[in-house]
Write a protein that binds this ligand. Structure first.
Ligand code: SAM
Length: 313
């Protein structure tokens, strides 16, 4: 079956890595991944991915029939770095972008590690990814300073870094580097602390720059680049509040219960930033509509408690 899948994936477009149809098939398979993702996880450094996401990314990278160039924005302890390096063909390069500085939870979690440093988890990442060092092209530092360091065309762009508004206008630099037919993976899409990505991607879909192929688990959305983006707006100040919210509503309408609820919380986070007066009413509506979804209610509580304060990651 695997050979057949790979063949159907390649037939129609000679130069592109994967067809949309092929990736959609993998996304379907990932819904029924059972314990396979958990087994793959055992061979990898720790990651924040779900079993289904691990399964899907492993399948996707294993199906590449040539070395690829990947940009990994946000690697934390190296779980995603290791997954890409292990599954992709030999000769693959992974540009790894990370600041390697703890947030509060990370510093508490890693205290017992022999390589623990109170400020940085870099040495832990380096130990965890040592077997894959040849595949890694490291861009250490704040993405606001490192985003323009590389210019080679990308086959795959993996984004798990955008939990602060200052990063959203850097994304187009990476979107532009992605080859037509290249795959974009947004790990943060449904996360309530990442509202800017939701209306940014909706805008790019509307413009026909990307095709939405599907989603995995409760976090990741998957796109295929359809063509070049001639110009990008300023995604913070160059789009009106009404337009941002209208784009958001189009995204929310696409999804079923929990996912639309997660996006509704993300929209509330955006309203907190815009300064809308109806925040309490919106929160009450979300609580009522999604009262059966503990996940949505948990995110809603965190969003309301944060009162729109900036988060780092
Ligand atoms: C959610 S974690 C990545 C998790 C990883 N992909 C995994 O699945 O295990 C987000 C990462 O983004 C990094 N990060 C956040 N803001 C950043 C910035 N402005 N510049 C560089 N890295 C940043 C953090 O250091 C953190 O390692």
């Amino acid at each position: 079956m695997w050979t057949l899948l790979k063949k159907t994936g390649r037939r129609d477009e000679a130069r592109s890595l994967f067809t949309a149809r092929f990736v959609r098939r993998l996304l379907k398979l990932a819904q029924r991944s059972g314990p396979v993702g958990a087994n793959i996880r055992e061979a990898l450094p720790p990651s924040m991915l779900s079993d289904g996401e691990i399964f899907f990314l492993d399948l996707l990278l294993s199906a590449a029939d040539r070395p690829v160039r990947i940009a990994e924005l946000g690697c934390y302890l190296g779980g995603t770095t290791g997954l890409f390096a292990r599954a992709a063909p030999k000769g693959t390069k992974i540009e790894v972008y990370d600041l390697f500085e703890h947030n509060g939870a990370s510093a508490r979690r890693l205290k017992a590690d022999p390589l623990f440093d109170p400020k940085s988890f870099f040495e832990i990442w380096r130990r965890n990814t040592a077997p894959y060092a040849d595949a890694i092209d490291l861009a250490r530092g704040d993405l606001r300073e490192t985003a323009s360091l590389r210019s080679e065309p990308l086959d795959i762009l993996y984004v798990d870094i955008v939990k602060h508004r200052s990063l959203v206008n850097l994304m187009p630099r990476f979107y532009d580097r992605l080859a037509t037919g290249g795959i974009l993976l947004h790990q943060d899409y449904f996360h309530w602390q990442s509202p800017w990505l939701v209306y940014q991607m909706e805008h790019l879909l509307e413009e026909g720059r990307f095709e939405l192929l599907g989603d995995v688990g409760f976090n990741m959305t998957v796109y295929r680049k359809s063509g070049p983006c001639p110009a990008h707006p300023d995604y913070l100040d160059g789009i009106s509040a009404e337009r941002k919210l209208a784009l958001f509503d189009a995204a929310i309408a696409r999804y079923g219960h929990s996912k639309s609820g997660m996006l509704a919380v993300s929209r509330l986070r955006l309203v907190q930033e815009i300064g809308g007066a109806d925040q309490a009413r919106l929160a009450a509506e979300i609580a009522e509509t999604y009262e059966q979804s503990p996940r949505v209610l948990r995110y809603l509580r965190a969003c309301v408690d944060s009162a729109g304060q900036d988060n780092v990651w």
